[in-house]
Ligand binder design. Structure first.
Ligand SMILES: *[C@@H]1O[C@H](CO)[C@@H](O)[C@H](O)[C@H]1NC(C)=O
Ligand SMILES: [Zn+2]
Length: 530
């Protein structure tokens, strides 16, 4: 186990580029997943009370041979506050009481009961009445968290976005940014009867709170609020400021991003923690898997046109037939995927190899040599890719999800179209996907004498063809993979989060040793959830 004291004095512990805030994309970029009731409070305690001096940081060295587990995926020691130990202990014991449990259940259930649904196609705020669902939610927060509302500054951004600012006593320290979203995925009214407990009941069965948003993401929002409310009840005053930003739809997130940028400036935050995964039990181990990266995203639209006419005298290929050939060719040529070193899923694999008791021996063995041996890396990859989820997180995925064309059984279809969804690997880019797609369709387009344009550029020149093929970013929603949060031993934010997760997890269990391993992972979409 490495030394816990990786964190230098408060002013120093963040490399300013570690987790930066720039625009909406980056808000979503560095999401580190966590959402246990206690974690945020304890994290706050920890963050604001670290004052010990640093030992020399250990540097991770891949020598000439195999490395051992501790070197492959070093784990910081559990990290609990020193300066605020009394507060930490008192909060820890409060969180363990039945009274607090019931209070937490009430707070979450109350939030779930307010149906803050956001839909795909919504009119502007002020015109579309469905937005008004957020007003009762704000009133609820007002009532449920009185101390927050009398102590923190609150700005409403684009009417329903919420930004709370808890000012720190030392304004030279960059604040911490915690985010969550107020909205939930809509529930189709036809499916109400299929719910075990109605989607907006917030029903508590003694163990779980039921309903839409109970996990995604009102649990996150309410846990952040509860933690701060409890700290205010104990008169805690943070040294470092804390900013909470709660979006309500994708557009809300971008206006929040713009607001934060104009209010706090670029690179203004020490660390950003957003929603994400949960504790996962796999290969015989218990893992916390904060996401340190987000894949990119693009929906590629293929549009074909060709002359119409009566189908009694048809050409050899209609737009639909041509489209079918293009799609088959695309599916037959998926992106060749390799697990590359220094990518989040490589780190993930190293951590599984180092810490998962039941990971196949071949992975364990090969990952120890993978840093210096391509062959070992390839062998490990072959085994790891047997898990389709793992493989999908490594690769640029492609899925043909929409197709349409033709209107009448005896009329030649003048148009046909399809949309292919891509989740872009963290080591690739939107432009790489565009280039690849453009190239893949070239020869078929030529065979069919189609005049071909791709993403606004003509591929075949100005010569008119028999028909046209055009590729485009279907909805203009393409996003490059997000910047990757550093996870090395000198990446203070990740180490701080990891140590805090461990201390928190262990504090509620009687364990003789550290009960949880923290391993980096990533989010498979970059679709603006918050
Ligand atoms: C392609 O189609 C155009 C327009 O119909 C035609 O002028 C041209 O001769 C065709 N080219 C080939 C190689 O068939
Ligand atoms: Zn979410």
């Amino acid at each position: 186990m490495s030394d816990p004291k990786v964190l230098k004095g408060q002013a120093e512990w963040l490399p300013s580029s570690a987790i930066s805030f720039d625009q909406k994309k980056q808000v979503e970029a560095s999401r580190l997943s966590w959402r246990k009731w206690a974690v945020v409070a304890l994290a706050l305690c920890t963050i604001f009370s670290l004052s010990r001096a640093s030992n020399v940081l250990q540097v991770r060295i891949h020598g000439s041979g195999a490395v051992d587990a501790a070197q492959m995926c070093p784990q910081p020691a559990p990290l609990s506050p020193e300066k605020h130990q009394v507060l930490w202990k008192s909060l820890s014991s409060t969180f363990s009481t039945d009274a607090f449990r019931l209070r937490a259940v009430d707070l979450l259930a109350g939030a779930v009961r307010i149906p803050t649904q956001s839909y795909d196609q919504m009119g502007p705020i002020g015109e579309d009445p469905r937005w008004e669902a957020f007003t009762p939610f704000h009133k609820y927060l007002d009532r449920a968290f009185p101390r927050i509302h009398s102590t923190l500054d609150l700005a409403k951004v684009n009417t329903y976005g919420l930004v709370y600012h808890w000012k720190g006593s030392d304004e030279s320290l960059k604040p911490l940014l915690l985010t969550a979203h107020q909205d939930v995925v809509p529930v189709n009214p036809d499916t109400y009867d299929d719910w075990v407990h109605p989607p907006f009941s917030g029903y508590f069965d003694g163990e779980l709170v039921w309903g839409r948003g109970s996990r995604d993401d009102k649990s996150g929002l309410i846990s952040i609020m509860s933690a701060i409310e409890l700290m205010l009840e104990r008169n805690f005053q943070p040294l470092r400021g804390i900013v909470l930003a709660f979006g309500f739809d994708e557009e809300g997130a971008s206006s929040l991003g713009a607001y934060l940028l104009s209010t706090f400036g670029e690179n203004a935050f020490a660390m950003l923690i957003d929603e994400g995964g949960k504790i996962s039990e796999q290969y015989g181990g218990v893992f916390a898997v904060p996401s340190v990266a987000e894949k990119g995203y693009i929906d590629v639209r293929l549009e074909l046109t060709a002359p119409g006419g009566h189908s009694s005298v048809p050409p050899a290929h209609t737009t639909i037939g041509m489209l079918a050939q293009l799609l088959v060719h695309y599916e037959n040529n998926p992106v060749v995927t390799q697990l590359k070193r220094e990518t989040p899923m490589y780190w993930h694999a190293e951590c599984l190899a180092a810490h998962a008791p039941e990971i196949p021996t071949i992975v364990k063995k090969m990952m120890r040599k993978a840093a210096i041996s391509d062959k070992a890396l390839y062998t490990a990859q072959e085994e790891l890719f047997k898990d389709p989820t793992f493989k999908a997180l490594v690769e640029t995925t492609q899925a043909i999800d929409i197709i349409s064309g033709g209107v009448k059984s005896n009329a030649l279809p003048e148009n046909a179209m399809a949309v292919i969804n891509h989740r872009i690997a963290t080591d690739s880019s939107v432009s790489e996907v565009k280039e690849r797609a453009t190239g893949l369709f070239k020869s078929i387009a030529a065979n069919f004498n189609l005049s071909y344009t791709a993403f606004g550029l003509s591929v075949t020149g100005d010569e008119p063809g028999y028909g046209t093929l055009s590729l485009s970013d279907a909805w203009g929603t393409a996003l490059d993979p997000a910047p990757i949060t550093p996870v090395s031993e000198d990446a203070a934010p990740f180490q701080l989060l990891s140590g805090t997760i461990k201390a928190t997890y262990n504090s509620h269990r009687s364990l003789s040793e550290d009960g949880i391993t923290v391993i980096p992972s990533l989010v498979s979409g970059n679709t603006g959830t918050s």
